[in-house]
Design a protein around this ligand. Structure first.
Ligand SMILES: [Zn+2]
Length: 183
């Protein structure tokens, strides 16, 4: 199973690299890795397992974060209106997005970042994501609010981008232009 020992931390160059497209259909090993990434997120949100294995709770994980530079992400969370998202995705991409921006009023965190980085992270308020799921099916997701933020954070990891790259260093808590807070 994946534990915190497997999680690559900031400073490792794999986190600033563009990850490779997965050629489809994925290999058995790639599918197995992606299933394990999803299981890690579930474990990290299970109080008992998380305590036993000292897992930090996470809602998303990208393959570069476990040292694999391939375009695979897992997400497991409930949106603020109670909708459940649980996916392992190959080659996820944002095919369209709103002009309007949004940001989490609490800022963002990352399993690869062992410190608080305060500040607003401007994101698109709405995105459409296309990908291939663990069963090999094409998926198309229309996302808004918290879900849109989580997916953008994870897909950024495939492009070598960290959440704090977007924070305005001069004024971290200035609301981004044309944006609304998500709280
Ligand atoms: Zn992250």
């Amino acid at each position: 199973m994946i534990t915190m020992d497997d999680i690559v931390r900031e400073g490792n160059p794999i986190l600033t690299k563009t990850a490779e497209e997965v050629s489809l259909p994925p290999t058995e090993e790639e599918t197995e890795t992606l299933k394990e990434m999803l299981q890690f997120l579930k474990n990290s949100q299970d109080e008992k397992i998380a305590e036993q294995y000292k897992l930090r709770a996470g809602v998303g994980l990208a393959a570069p974060q476990i040292g694999i530079s391939k375009r695979m992400v897992a997400v497991h969370f409930e949106d603020f209106d109670g909708k459940q998202y649980s996916y392992g995705l190959f080659n996820p991409r944002i095919v369209s997005h709103s002009v309007e921006k949004a940001y989490l009023s609490t800022g963002e965190g990352c399993l690869s970042v062992d410190r608080e980085v305060p500040g607003y992270v401007p994101r698109y308020a709405r995105i459409t994501v296309k990908a291939t799921d663990l069963e090999g099916n094409p998926v198309k997701l229309r996302l808004r609010g918290y879900a849109a933020i989580v997916f953008q954070h994870e897909i950024d990891h495939l492009n070598g981008i960290m959440f704090y790259d977007y924070i305005n260093p001069a004024n971290p808590f200035e609301a981004p232009e044309n944006s609304r807070p998500i709280e």
